[in-house]
Design a protein. Structure first.
Length: 134
């Protein structure tokens, strides 16, 4: 007889490996075989950034890896991304500095209706456009 453990998830978008659950929002739960290794993968929706894990997973970034040796709960934390980079490698960023550091020449950096209290160091020999937005 196989023994099961449950993993409860609270998050925006998380997929589990091995497959079988994709939690798009709110709380979801799935049974796992006892001692099964599980990997949770956070996938931020457009306009958000992954901020880390709580509960059974405490790493601040990357995938959550855990062994189902007892019932566990994990929470993926997602925040609104105040800065969006459009161009060569589009992405969401928590700061103007982060977007600028990732930008390629002629990329567009757009603040997403946010107040950003920072003084970015614009010290690279590239031209980018920075504008406000929705």
């Amino acid at each position: 007889m196989m023994s099961y453990r449950h993993l409860n998830l609270k998050m925006h978008m998380v997929e589990r490996i091995p497959g079988g659950i994709a939690c798009a929002s709110g709380t979801c739960s799935s049974p796992f075989y006892f001692d099964l290794p599980v990997i949770l993968v956070a996938s931020p929706a457009a306009g958000s950034i992954f901020a880390g894990w709580m509960g059974a997973c405490t790493n601040g970034s990357g995938d959550c890896q855990s062994t189902m040796d007892f019932n566990k709960s994990a929470t993926g934390i997602f925040n609104h991304a105040p800065v969006r980079l459009y161009g060569t490698v589009p992405g969401n960023y928590a700061s103007l500095q982060g977007a600028y550091d990732a930008a390629a020449p002629d990329d567009l950096i757009q603040a997403q209706a946010a107040v950003l209290n920072e003084s970015p160091l614009l010290d690279r020999p590239i031209a980018v456009t920075i504008k406000g937005g929705v």
